[in-house]
Design a protein around this ligand. Structure first.
Ligand SMILES: *Cc1c(COP(=O)(O)O)cnc(C)c1O
Length: 371
């Protein structure tokens, strides 16, 4: 095969919308107003409206979104937050950034998301919140998690950084807990042209607190109620996101069609394919398969010009950054197995169906050769 298939062509969305993005840039440049103005306020309203959420606060990135939610909930030193062992490290970083302690629990092996029964078992008198992640764009099993949280009086903060447009039993991801943190990192389903993030919630006081915390702890300029941070969504990024938001549903539908093709074309291979339980409507941020010969498969695909990625090679509990928590190899065997076997195939709104056929054919060839 001569052509190459990239994992994700981030630039394609920009080329599709080049004229509108140029207009947005010119509008912001011409306004001469770059921080916390009309574009941010409009995007906050439009994104909340898209989700059906009460309130939205634009912030600098997804990590800050989660961190500022925890701060606004007065979660800090001495408090525990239950997190997935199987997640991107940013989920844990938000907890330690707030000074609290992450308490990891294993996922349900075939959905990769937080196991509600293990959440109940991990609750202690110090537990203040649970932080489910909708990993790879598939919603966590929220109803039983919400039931555990209600039983123990815990806050539920959704890490929705991979789940723009995902739905759980007909409800939007990000509207299922007390608040949700969003990332608009360029590679996410809704991506800015740089770093950006948001908090959504139906709780006005919480959203207002995040707006104070993102802006030095001040509501009135030069008057500081609390020690805050500087984490604001830029006017420019907000204007660009306003161009892309109306395309999200269509782009997610294209992802879902490609995921359906993979599920069909790869069903007779030894790969473990994504499982979508009833009631789940994933955003298909990633299409993750599992394979015992993962590294050999990745190398084979690379030789065929097909780019794949690993989400993620090292789980947070085995990162030197979290040495102090005292976990080691074998602490979370399900998570470790997933990290050893997971491989993300190319997927995105601008990937062509013929490219999905090409990737699938190459995978069939790999298994035919290795027999
Ligand atoms: C991307 C991501 C984040 C962090 O978002 P940033 O905008 O990069 O800070 C947090 N959690 C998950 C699951 C993510 O995928």
């Amino acid at each position: 095969m001569s052509s190459t298939i990239p994992f994700l062509d981030v630039g394609a969305a920009c080329r599709e919308l080049a004229g509108e993005l140029d207009d947005a840039y010119r509008r912001v440049m011409g306004s001469g107003w770059f921080i916390l103005g009309k574009e941010v306020a409009s995007f906050e309203q439009e994104f909340a409206g898209y989700l059906g959420a009460g309130f939205c606060a634009g912030v600098g990135n997804g990590l800050d979104a989660l961190h500022l939610i925890l701060r606004a909930l007065d979660i800090g030193p001495g408090d525990e937050v239950i997190v997935p062992a199987n997640t991107y490290i940013a989920t844990w970083l938000a907890v330690t950034y707030a000074g609290a302690t992450p308490v990891p629990v294993e996922p349900v092996e075939r959905t990769y998301n937080l196991d509600p029964e293990l959440v109940a078992a991990a609750v202690t008198p110090r537990t203040k919140a649970v932080l489910p992640v909708h990993l790879y764009g598939q919603p966590a099993d929220m109803d039983p998690i919400l039931a555990v949280a209600a039983r123990f009086g815990l806050k539920v903060v959704e890490d929705a950084a991979q789940a723009h447009g995902a739905r759980y039993r007909g409800r939007s991801a990000g509207r299922l807990g007390h608040a949700a943190g969003w990332s608009f990192y360029p590679g996410k389903n809704l991506g800015a042209l740089g770093d950006a993030g948001a908090v959504t919630s139906d709780n006005e006081a919480l959203a207002e607190k995040v707006k104070v915390l993102r802006n030095y702890g001040s509501q009135v300029k030069y008057h500081n109620e609390v020690k805050g941070f500087n984490s604001r969504l830029d006017e420019l990024q907000a204007a660009l996101l306003r161009v892309k938001l109306p395309r999200l549903e269509e782009w997610n539908a294209r992802r879902a069609r490609l995921a359906g093709m993979y599920l069909d074309l790869l069903k007779d291979t030894p790969l473990l394919l994504p499982v979508v339980p009833p009631g789940m409507d994933p955003a298909w941020h990633l299409f993750v398969v599992r394979c015992e010969q993962r590294d050999a498969l990745q190398n084979f695909l690379r030789e065929q010009g097909i780019e794949t990625l690993i989400h993620y090679p090292v789980p947070p509990h085995l990162q030197p950054a979290y040495r102090e928590l005292g976990f080691g190899p074998g602490s979370f065997p399900i998570t470790e197995r997933i990290h050893r076997e997971a491989l993300s195939l190319p997927i995105g709104p601008h990937l062509m169906p013929v490219e999905v056929e090409c990737v699938s054919a190459a995978i069939h060839a790999f298994f035919a050769n290795s027999r």
